[in-house]
Design a protein around this ligand. Sequence first.
Ligand SMILES: [Zn+2]
Length: 76
Amino acid sequence: MNEPTAKHAAPAQVAGIDLSCEICEYDHFYERKAQLNTAVASFFSLDWVDPTARCLICANCGYIHWFLPEKMLRKA
Ligand SMILES: [Zn+2]
């Protein structure tokens, strides 16, 4: 994990939808950027791009929701 992008948990949206935790349905998250490993980057043929994921960590249970940047989805 890299440096935090937010010190406090906050509501988050993904693709315009309010995110609720997959596990406990809590609605506040810590947001981080994290490097994807090379296996994931290779799977999506992402040699050309910085393989960074958006991570939203549930402030209640700690579950980590991982998301590829939209630019990767369009390419994949
Ligand atoms: Zn949770």
